[in-house]
Design a protein around this ligand. Sequence first.
Ligand SMILES: CC(C)(COP(=O)(O)OP(=O)(O)OC[C@H]1O[C@@H](n2cnc3c(N)ncnc32)[C@H](O)[C@@H]1OP(=O)(O)O)[C@@H](O)C(=O)NCCC(=O)NCCS
Length: 206
Amino acid sequence: MPTAPDSPRADDASAGFAPTYPLRTERLLLRPIAPADAEAMHAYKSDPDSVRYVPYGPLTLSDIAQRIGSTWSTTRFEKEGDAVCLAVETEDTHTLIGDVVLFWRSERDRAGEIGYIFDPRAGGQGYATEAVEALLALGFDGLGLHRVIARIDERNTASARVVERLGFRQEARFVESEWFKGEWSTLLVYALREDEWRGSTRASRT
Ligand SMILES: CC(C)(COP(=O)(O)OP(=O)(O)OC[C@H]1O[C@@H](n2cnc3c(N)ncnc32)[C@H](O)[C@@H]1OP(=O)(O)O)[C@@H](O)C(=O)NCCC(=O)NCCS
């Protein structure tokens, strides 16, 4: 998962696009990340296995608190380059189980990118897929994106299955294209266009 860029905020609060929070799914709520989330996020962001394929970490509690106080607190899109990170919690117990991010990569091309990381204790129940589906609705319906990509290390098969379930197509495979955490990474680029999102792929995913 790419890290959120430093993104200066516009003073004009009427500019850009501000989602209405929380975003709701059948079992989940997606909402802005708050300082009180640091400890729950630390449980998985400090875990070397969980952060193996994301470009940071393992993070300390103070790393997380610092990021929550800066780049992870953006709640609206003002301009391309902005990224909105959201906490994902269960609708019934309000337990924080992961976080997701939507990057607005290009205004002209209406292009976005997604990232996600979940607490392994909440794995294998479809929560990540369900949360990313809500993030895609935010991108296509809310921000008006034409195309969303996901960049995934080829070894991260669980992550590839998440986007494949949502209808993404693998468009590229860059062999050992990145020197990442001390070893070569083969990068898969997955993409989903708005018409695909609204079309048959959406109807077929379960
Ligand atoms: C990537 C990651 C989110 C995937 O987690 P996950 O638990 O496999 O994904 P989901 O929560 O969507 O669960 C899907 C699994 O639950 C199963 N499942 C069980 N009950 C389900 C239900 N009610 N609904 C849907 N799926 C269900 C699915 O069959 C699927 O299993 P499978 O992939 O073995 O077929 C997780 O491994 C992670 O956080 N990794 C570390 C961070 C990371 O690498 N991020 C991505 C960087 S590109």
